[in-house]
Design a binder for this molecule. Structure first.
Ligand code: SF4
Ligand code: SF4
Length: 347
């Protein structure tokens, strides 16, 4: 039997197929079994006893968990939750679940190990505004302008890797810890689009609490920003890849911010919204599908002729670098936070 949460969400599906046309996996495989609508139909068949576990397991695993279906669903079905719960429900064993999660978290663990002795600077000018620093930035022990002006909260991981691998125990633990801190804070500033989307997915947060979660570039709205005199990007062209988990409003704000920087040209990427194909550990499990998605992105990056590609999610940063590797188009790719830190002056 399925969880009540899944059943409630499944029952809302009108079978309209808007999710199908936006699914990067469907674009490659042209198989509706792997789309949100297909998965919902199958789970519904399973619930009614028409399908057995073995009939649906294979198709359930192929989803990239990019949330594009959730973003485009008129019935507001929380597909992220459905796919997370199905991972917990249909996972063949605890051992394989753990293995899946270990692969997912391996790059972060390696970064922690490499940077273990690097000091982390903690200064705070604003105490009620907390910084939700993403796991990769924490593992790199990077100190940026955000560390200078914010207090790093004692947040745990946003929980997305746990949720995606079906480890609901650790997901709920991280969520509980983070919610307590968010409720006490005046604002929470996030530096990764996927973390922000995972936090906004916490059911227990009220709408008021959700309004406190802001993307870091919002802090810079009224500031005077200019390119450093010695910046290597003076008179160059930059562009922005939109992570699947980034909402359009944040993307528009970042575009506006980048367009206002003097002595640099911002050019919108064709198909800025298409997936980079990396999807955390997805690449390790489905390299052929991931590479086919990546090649599509790579061709738009190549034709953009941008000198620098920016994004705001460490998984996408790796994905865009992989795109460039397979298309022999070696351009610099940076996290937006690092670009601001290294190349801009904030007054
Ligand atoms: S967009 Fe939503 S309602 Fe429409 S088929 Fe997909 S999941 Fe169902
Ligand atoms: S999460 Fe992404 S890959 Fe998975 S069904 Fe939805 S759109 Fe397709």
């Amino acid at each position: 039997m399925l969880d009540d949460e899944i059943k409630k969400n499944i029952s809302k599906c009108s079978r309209c197929a808007l999710c199908v046309q936006n699914c990067p996996i469907y674009e490659i495989k042209k198989d509706e079994n792997n789309t949100s609508r297909g998965l919902i139909c199958k789970l519904s068949g399973y619930e009614q006893g028409l399908l057995k576990e073995k009939d649906i397991k294979k198709d359930l695993k192929i989803c990239l968990e990019c949330s594009k279906c959730a973003t485009n669903c008129p019935s507001k079905i929380n597909t992220t939750k459905i796919f997370a719960y199905k991972n917990a429900h249909f996972s063949p064993s605890k051992i394989s679940q753990r293995l899946f999660l270990s692969i997912k978290l391996l790059p972060i663990k390696i970064l922690y190990f490499i940077n273990f002795f690097k000091p982390t600077k903690k200064t705070s000018l604003e105490t009620e505004i907390l910084y939700f620093k993403g796991c990769v930035a924490k593992a790199q022990h990077k100190t940026t302008f955000l560390d200078e002006i914010l207090t790093q909260g004692d947040f745990l991981c946003c929980g997305l890797p746990y949720l995606a691998s079906g480890d609901l125990k650790n997901y709920n633990k991280a969520k509980k810890n983070n919610i307590e801190l968010i409720k006490k804070a005046k604002k929470v500033v996030v530096d990764c689009a996927s973390c922000k989307s995972a936090i906004l997915n916490y059911d227990e947060l009220s709408n008021e609490d959700k309004k406190k979660i802001i993307f870091f570039n919002d802090l810079l709205k009224d500031k005077k920003i200019k390119l450093k005199n010695n910046s290597k990007y003076k008179n160059k062209t930059i562009t922005l890849h939109k992570p699947c988990h980034m909402n359009k409003k944040d993307f528009d704000n970042i575009e506006k911010f980048l367009s206002n920087i003097e002595n640099i040209t911002y050019k919108r990427l064709d198909n800025f919204d298409t997936c980079c194909g990396f999807g955390g550990s997805y690449f390790a499990y489905h390299p052929i599908i991931a590479t086919k998605i990546a090649l599509k992105k790579a061709s738009t990056i190549k034709t953009s002729k941008a000198d620098l590609i920016l994004t705001a999610c460490p998984s996408c940063t790796m994905g865009i670098r992989y795109n460039q590797l397979i298309s022999f188009n070696f351009k610099k790719t940076l996290e937006l936070r690092d670009f601001i830190n290294e190349e801009l002056v904030i007054d």
